[in-house]
Design a protein around this ligand. Structure first.
Ligand code: BGP
Length: 468
């Protein structure tokens, strides 16, 4: 087995709106996340982990764990609060301080440009439906970041989980469902606009920035898709689901083309996006240097059964069935987390293989992890052996991935410290560091090291060899 190299990017991830709090501080504009109504007993994003006021302490903890990298997002509305496109210097300064502090500890900043927190003013003016509004503002925002941080930041991620925003935006609270196929048509048009925006940003970066080895790539959520059985109809369903869920996005980003399986499905349901002259040329010109991917678990489907498109989403699982494509199936071969997500380390290997086979680019794991309700003991400890077990089973496969010739360059699980989940509050914790606060707002934000903190530190210092 190949050894994990010394320059492997061991670290962890967060996103701005889920970790920072301080939603109105220092000239920040509102984001759509500030409006999402949460269920009773589920925290909103007003204070989250108060990282905005604890960032120095948090970076110190990351350094103590030996992080080689930290993947975080910059809050779009903190930098660009309104439609004028003017830059908020105080917002910039916050990230400059954070980046400088990371560099001081030799932690490589991996920066996501946009992670779910669309500025509210853009949303109110039509959001990604309005290509002439959203695309130029995204490009302008990205340019401002490159101008300020080029050289200091060598790894940029454009858009977090664009595929989840398009497929499950209604569950994440990002969009309202209109009716079935009308909703899909609208979402795939928005997707097309995001693809143009991303391509423009990648091209701009390569033309003008990143001359000292800087790299840029997308960060979708990629999951291998299993058929429920060897019935050819199930296998066909799995193939088409993977095209719609995974490859649509990456074929556009990397190859600059629409995936043919998906396009045929678009056409047969009248949901194909309108493509203007020149769009595909722009998309083809923006090429990523690597692929960031979030992998939590695999997906299993069977042949379609439903007659009508049912868009649904529960607290527990993100799912919908498409009449002519698939029906989601709960894989009984996999263990489940307390929040009922399947646990499938081997799917991490399989997903990495598929990415490598299709695109042949370096890949960077930008999220993976276990959400669980942790308990803070009276003596200030958190015994999260379930999280250690989960991470160990995934990390164990890294030498195998490398031995197969796949260029995996780093592992950045979710999340560096506890933060508020997309729609299930702070009780669903992922971090190596416990934040003392609950969903009702009690707690003093004190930081506690979990057992997984000490374990991950050992993993990193042994280059992934000591997993006990
Ligand atoms: C990813 C998102 C993150 C995140 C994580 C865990 O989809 O990029 O923002 O929160 O999943 O999901 P959740 O918070 O729903 O448990």
């Amino acid at each position: 087995m190949k050894k994990i190299p010394k320059d492997f990017l061991w670290g962890a991830s967060t996103s701005a709106y889920q970790v920072e709090g301080a939603t109105d501080a220092d000239g920040k504009g509102k984001s759509i996340q500030d409006l999402i109504p949460q269920k009773p007993g589920v925290s909103n994003f007003a204070t989250t982990s108060d990282h905005y006021n604890h960032w120095k302490e948090d970076v110190k903890l990351m350094a103590e764990m030996g992080f080689k990298s930290y993947r975080f997002s910059i809050s779009w509305p903190r930098i660009m609060p309104d439609l004028t496109g003017n830059i908020n210097e105080k917002g910039m300064k916050f990230y400059e301080n954070l980046i400088d502090e990371l560099i001081k500890y030799k932690i490589e900043p991996i920066v996501t440009i946009w992670h779910f927190d669309l500025p509210l003013e853009i949303h109110n003016a039509g959001g990604w439906d309005e290509r002439d509004l959203a695309i130029p503002l995204f490009v302008k925002y990205s340019k401002a970041l490159f101008e300020r941080f080029d050289g200091k930041v060598k790894y940029w991620l454009t858009i977090n989980e664009q595929n989840m925003m398009i497929m499950f935006g209604h569950v994440l609270g990002l969009v309202q469902v209109t009716d079935g196929y009308k909703h899909l048509k609208n979402m795939y048009q928005q997707n097309h606009h995001m693809m143009i925006a991303q391509a423009e940003v990648m091209k701009m970066y390569h033309d003008n920035f990143g001359k000292k080895g800087g790299k840029i790539g997308p960060a979708p959520n990629i999951a291998t898709v299993y058929p429920k059985t060897c019935d050819p109809k199930d296998v066909n369903a799995a193939y088409r689901t993977s095209a719609i869920r995974n490859w649509l996005y990456l074929d556009l980003s990397v190859k600059g083309i629409y995936n043919q399986t998906v396009w045929q499905w678009f056409e047969s349901n009248n949901i194909a996006p309108t493509i203007k002259d020149g769009d595909m040329e722009i998309i083809a010109q923006g090429k990523p240097d690597f692929i960031g991917y979030n992998y939590y678990n695999s997906m299993t489907v069977e042949k379609p059964e439903v007659k009508e498109l049912v868009l649904k989403g529960s607290d527990q699982q993100l799912a919908f069935d498409i009449p002519d494509v698939f029906k989601a199936f709960k894989n009984d071969k996999l263990q489940q987390t307390k929040f009922r997500w399947g646990v499938d380390p081997s799917g991490f290997l399989q997903t990495s293989r598929e990415l490598n086979d299709r695109y042949g680019l370096p890949i960077l794991l930008t999220e993976n992890g276990l959400g669980h309700e942790d308990v803070l003991t009276k003596d200030g400890k958190i015994h999260d052996e379930y999280r250690i077990n989960f991470l160990r089973e995934h990390i164990k496969l890294i030498p195998q991935i490398l031995t197969e010739g796949i260029d995996l360059i780093g592992y950045n699980p979710w999340s560096a410290i506890d933060l508020v989940s997309t729609h299930q509050g702070i009780k669903k914790r992922y971090g190596f560091v416990y934040i003392d606060r609950d969903d009702e707002g009690n707690g003093d934000f004190k930081r506690y090291k979990k057992d997984s903190f000490h374990w991950y530190k050992k993993v990193i210092s042994s280059d992934g060899e000591d997993l006990d």
